[in-house]
Design a protein around this ligand. Structure first.
Ligand SMILES: *Cc1c(COP(=O)(O)O)cnc(C)c1O
Length: 432
């Protein structure tokens, strides 16, 4: 059987030198030896460079800041990761009270927090208003009224923006497309004006912005420009009615290269968007960008060890110690991740399906991969920094892996490996 050769993604923090893969200056094999597998490894350099690529475009040629990056921490919310972004100057995009607590724990300025999400509870709205977030992004009229009720109770004002569903096709996987009219996200385009009119009349609501987020792993700029034009049209109409919008939140969703994809370069993409805002005469608006995946996706790998090679009539299986419990994207979206041997071997190469030990046929990490490996070898699953660890589960009572951040020659444990006993410490059996 011949398999298609898919190029490796561009990685700023990981590289192969003379047959050995490194995270910055440390061989991945050394990390596996010291910290065990499965193991998430992140590169501080890679996430810093991705952030700086955005930030360069956020400041125009005259040195004026025209946009701010609010890292969408659902992509990877480890405290060390969000602390790095905070120190680089990022704000955050949050989707739960839990993420709000994380942001406050690393000392983020509440005025740098935007709270999004389709089903915020009254409790979460209370937490957000008490913390004093910059803005709550509202996804339905019912939620708008709920926020007004909560703010009335707290005797405070609630800064809001409405999330517009612009009905554009982001041409990505159906599970990560959010800007089509049959998606659960946002307020339908034709209802937005009425919703703003209602918002403007509610006693505790301050209309401050407008937002949209059309999906994830988007690899072309066109759907963003379509959505942007539609949103700017609303801003103009609102102004005519005396409803003043101060900030424009364009969401996140810029894709990364997992191998075959060719997303636009971050700086170029951001410039294109921000130039369009200015060209349309809206340069006075503060722009918020909410990238997640494009900041961390290629800044992380998942290290795993080959347990068994299992040849078969139809398929050969390579059974590894990582599973859908560590990296769910293949099982959930049939997502492709490049997989490389951490050390080059001179054994015969064979085509395998890379699978985990979990009792599900959906538990696979890569299909039809031609690899020269033996039992006991280490593999690195690339592009695993976003929607990797954060989606990990304890299914099959598997402890979650450790997470390591590499900075040059140094490696830091940013989350310890879970112990099995931790997994059921809060369970109890019935009294006899
Ligand atoms: C998930 C999400 C993001 C980030 O998406 P990425 O594809 O990771 O860039 C940004 N904004 C909102 C509202 C989101 O839900």
């Amino acid at each position: 059987m011949t398999t298609k050769v898919i190029p490796l993604p561009d990685l700023a923090g990981f590289s192969e030198r003379d047959g050995y893969w490194y995270a910055e200056e440390i061989p991945l094999a050394d990390l596996a030896k010291e910290f065990g597998t499965p193991l998430y490894v992140y590169s501080k350099k890679a996430l810093t460079e991705a952030y700086q690529a955005y930030d360069r475009a956020c400041v125009d040629s005259a040195g004026k800041r025209r946009a701010r990056v609010h890292y969408a921490m659902k992509a990877n919310s480890n405290l060390a990761i969000i602390d790095c972004f905070k120190k680089l100057g990022a704000g955050f995009d949050l989707v739960s009270g839990g993420e709000l607590a994380r942001a406050l724990t690393v000392g983020a300025d509440p005025k740098s927090l935007v709270f999004a999400g389709v089903g915020k509870s009254a409790n979460e709205i209370t937490q957000a208003l008490q913390a004093g977030v910059k803005c709550i992004n509202v996804e339905s009229i019912a939620e708008l009224r709920q926020i007004n009720r909560v703010a009335t109770k707290l005797q405070c004002r609630a800064p809001i923006s409405l999330r517009v569903n612009p009905d554009v096709d982001a041409q990505t996987h159906p599970y990560i497309s959010t800007g089509l009219k049959d998606n659960k996200f946002g307020i339908a385009y034709h209802e937005v004006l009425n919703a703003y009119r209602e918002a403007a009349l509610l006693s505790q609501i301050d209309v401050v912005g407008i937002d949209c987020h059309i999906g994830s792993q988007i690899t072309t700029t066109a759907p963003y420009l379509d959505a942007l034009d539609k949103v700017l049209e609303l801003v103009a109409q609102l102004k005519k009615e005396g409803i003043e919008i101060h900030h424009l939140d364009l969401g996140g969703g810029l894709g990364i290269s997992y191998g075959e994809d060719h997303p636009p370069d971050i700086t170029e993409f951001t410039n294109t968007l921000l130039n369009r805002v200015a060209d349309r005469g809206f340069g006075h608006l503060d722009v918020v960008l909410e990238p997640g995946r494009s900041l961390v996706g290629n800044a992380g790998v998942l290290l795993t060890q080959v347990e068994y090679l299992k040849p078969g009539a139809e398929k050969n299986f390579c059974i590894v110690d990582a599973a859908m419990t560590e990296l769910m994207r293949p099982a959930l979206y049939e997502a492709y991740h490049a997989i490389v041997p951490v050390e080059t071997r001179t054994v015969k190469s064979t085509t395998y399906d890379i699978v985990g030990p979990v009792c599900e046929s959906g538990d696979w990490l890569g299909r039809d991969r031609t690899l020269a490996i033996e039992e006991g070898d280490l593999l690195a699953i690339l592009s695993a920094g976003a929607y990797g660890f954060v989606m990990a589960s304890n299914y099959n009572t598997r402890p979650k892996p450790a997470e390591i951040m590499v900075d040059g020659k140094n490696a830091f444990v940013i989350r310890a490996r879970e112990n099995i006993t931790d997994l059921f410490v809060s369970e109890s059996i019935l009294p006899s």
